[in-house]
Design a protein. Structure first.
Lengths: 516, 181
């Protein structure tokens, strides 16, 4: 039997922490300060291959206003209490709602959930960080606006502000979220509030339509960083198109990935296919609704023979391309002919849309919903694929070129195979880049397997970096290592900025490997 | 496996006029249930025998389990503050459940029940029931333990591992939870 003693922030005495908590209660009220273990338990749930003991918060704070956030950071400065900020806390593949290290106080922004403005004419929104995609979707439906969102896969419960600040992606033409962000309100570590872009102009009507403002553009400094706490964010919404045609293209051979990407790239760059296309491997496509042990019970990587059985049983390909066309019916017909011609040239592709695609197995239904900004939670099914609650998303970036894709796929499969894990992966194709997203699924209840997953992830980072592939995002356990792959000069700049903006190091220490 | 009507009746989980009171009373007499619930309702989630047995254990300790079917964590948001919920779910359900409770509720206890062992995490002090099958199923014993923890006021995180006696479904891993919104 084991028990856990009281957790304190690193370097903070019990007396100082109690004094800080008393101040937090003055600012937030008693119900805005959580300290009991059963209240903090949800903030300790991690899925990455780290030690549970390294990710336990000392308290959680639940502000409802920007002024309260200002009061919190002033108190943190006084008592040197480090806080770790989350918005809705659903960054499940990248650290969940847990702190960056044990003892940090969670700053949970989910109660700051006001939709401050949605403008149906210029198609913009201004939101607080606790707003969820579902909440915004419901608001738009209620108002009858013809606007679409761009949610990530675990969409309903996640939020646009947090996802954009972590530079997440979605699946509509607005899939690169930070590209469609416009204007922020940020509480700095000293308690001051700054508005970026046009937000500094009093009564500006262009805060959500003109990104750049005047002078250096600084919005990017507050993404994947710990330089401030974003309390409001503007974003652009996609006008609902007159027509929409989601489709799927299946390829059956592992080597086909090279052709897929080379055919797709010019169509993406020319915006014939305007959305963030996903090329989904068999195991991801099946893993959202199939359990691994139904096909293979070994502790090593699932063999080719089992993958072929899944493909046959589920009616899915080795690679499954989900994309869509948007516009008027006439535009769609023209673009559809171009797509058919491009993908049909080699004779390898099976192109489907409408009823034929709907009748096929795999994820067409939920992918079609995502590509038009509708909510679903289908991808949570991946956590049942192997079981045991372990999941880490490894997400290197490459050019949208077949040769790079082939190289990345082979390298990933080789390293995952060495450690006995499955290649559960997809490529998300941007305008010119690709995010290769691999869900390293493992059993966290097994210490040996967890250690193996840790070693595997670390090797993936290093080996991909050696070939010139860096990660666009990672979980808290590996932020330091990933930051190291981007080189010391960049880290020095990050550190210099940190020291200038947050001299006491109270804001999310260690986020993206950035510390004082 | 879905719960059969008979199983639902056995544990008083089928509500409304379709559950004959006399039949329910007869089952209650056979199962060592408390004569009438004294602690109030508790939402019960799950779709197989484990949920049935968990409900039995809760009723034996005077709770009134209300069977809700498969866990939909999003539906928990609709429940009034202070509501208790328990049951079994899968990995995806547990991830969603714990995630949604952040800042909104309390995790009183979690259980990992796998081949050879039960791993029990309590935030309401130590778990004391051995989950022995001598007094029925381990799930019913877990229900009695969760019934007790639901009433404990003191807090404190305790982890305990106990041997899982081999049974018919001994290789199946199950995840249980007890939460308060």
């Amino acid at each position: 039997m084991s028990t856990t003693p009281r957790i304190l922030p690193k370097g903070v005495s019990e007396a100082d922490f109690d004094a800080a908590l008393a101040r937090f209660r003055e600012i937030l009220g008693a119900d805005g300060v959580l300290t009991e273990s059963d209240q903090l338990a949800p903030y300790t749930k991690i899925m990455m291959a780290g030690d549970d003991a390294d990710y336990i918060p000392s308290a959680a704070l639940l502000p409802t206003t920007t002024e309260q956030v200002q009061g919190i950071v002033r108190t943190c400065n006084e008592y040197k209490v480090p806080i770790w900020t989350i918005s809705t806390g659903k960054n499940l593949g990248y650290g969940s709602a847990a702190p960056g290290e044990t003892g940090q106080v969670m700053l949970d922004m989910h109660r700051m959930n006001r939709i401050l403005d949605v403008d149906p004419d210029v198609c913009t929104a201004l939101l607080e960080p606790g707003v969820t995609y579902q909440q915004l979707y419901d608001h738009i439906q209620e108002k009858g606006y013809k606007l679409w969102l761009d949610p990530p896969a675990p969409s309903a419960i996640a939020g646009p502000v947090g996802n954009t600040l972590d530079r997440g992606v979605g699946y509509t033409p607005y899939g690169e979220h930070f590209m469609f962000q416009c204007g922020m309100e940020v509480v700095l570590a000293n308690g001051e509030v700054v508005r970026t872009g046009m937000g500094g102009i009093e009564n500006s009507s262009s805060w959500q339509v003109f990104k750049w403002g005047y002078g250096p553009y600084i919005d990017g400094l507050f993404t994947q960083s710990n330089y401030g706490i974003v309390t409001k964010m503007g974003l652009w919404l996609m006008p609902e198109p007159p027509a929409y045609r989601p489709f799927i293209i299946q390829y059956q051979d592992p080597e086909d990935i090279e052709e897929i990407v080379d055919v797709l790239r010019p169509l993406r760059i020319a915006q014939i296919i305007p959305n963030a296309v996903v090329i989904v491997h068999t195991l991801w496509d099946a893993g959202t609704h199939v359990v691994r042990k139904d096909y293979y019970d070994g502790s090593d990587s699932i063999p080719r023979e089992a993958i072929e059985r899944i493909k046959a049983d589920e009616g899915i390909g080795e690679w499954n391309v989900y994309a869509a066309l948007y516009g008027t019916p006439e535009q769609i017909e023209v673009n559809w002919k171009i797509v058919e011609q491009a993908f049909g040239a080699s004779g390898k592709a099976k192109i489907m849309y409408g009823e034929e695609a709907e009748q096929r197995g795999g994820g067409f239904e939920y992918r079609s919903a995502l590509m038009k900004g509708d909510m679903n939670l289908q991808e949570f099914g991946l956590y049942n694929w192997r079981g045991g609650g372990g999941s880490m998303w490894f997400a290197p970036v490459s050019q949208a070129k077949g040769s790079e894709t082939k190289d990345q796929t082979e390298l990933a499969q080789q390293i995952l195979g060495k450690y006995g894990f499955d290649y559960v992966a997809e490529y998300i194709v941007g305008w010119r880049d690709m995010h290769h997203v691999i869900d390293l699924l493992y059993n966290r209840q097994d210490p040996e397997e967890t250690q193996r997953a840790h070693d595997c992830f670390a090797e993936l980072i290093d080996e991909f970096a050696k070939r010139g592939y860096g990660l666009y995002r990672t979980n808290t356990e590996f932020m330091e290592q990933v930051a190291g792959t981007f080189g010391e000069p960049l880290r020095e700049v990050h550190k210099t900025l940190k020291n200038a903006l947050d001299p006491n190091g109270i804001l999310s220490p260690g986020k993206s490997g950035i510390r004082q | 496996m879905k719960l059969t009507r008979r199983q639902l009746l056995q544990n008083g989980l089928l509500l409304g006029a379709s559950a004959p009171l006399s039949l329910g009373a007869a089952w209650a007499a056979d199962s060592g249930l408390a004569p009438s619930p004294v602690h109030g309702p508790i939402r019960l989630y799950g779709v197989d025998r484990s949920a049935t047995e968990l409900g039995l254990g809760l009723r034996q300790q005077g709770w009134e389990p209300r069977y809700e079917g498969r866990l939909d964590p999003l539906a928990l948001n609709m429940l009034p503050a202070g509501s208790l919920a328990t049951g079994f779910t899968d990995e995806a359900g547990l991830v969603l459940l714990t995630s949604l409770l952040a800042g909104r509720g309390r995790v009183l206890a979690l259980g990992l029940h796998e081949a050879g062992r039960h791993r029990l995490l309590s935030h309401r002090g130590p778990m004391v029931e051995p989950l022995a099958v001598s007094a029925g199923s381990w799930q019913a014993a877990l229900g009695r333990e969760y019934a007790r923890l639901a009433q404990v006021e003191g807090v404190g995180r305790h982890v305990r591992e106990v041997e899982r006696t081999p049974d018919a479904a001994t290789s199946a891993t199950e995840l249980s939870f007890l939460v308060r919104l």
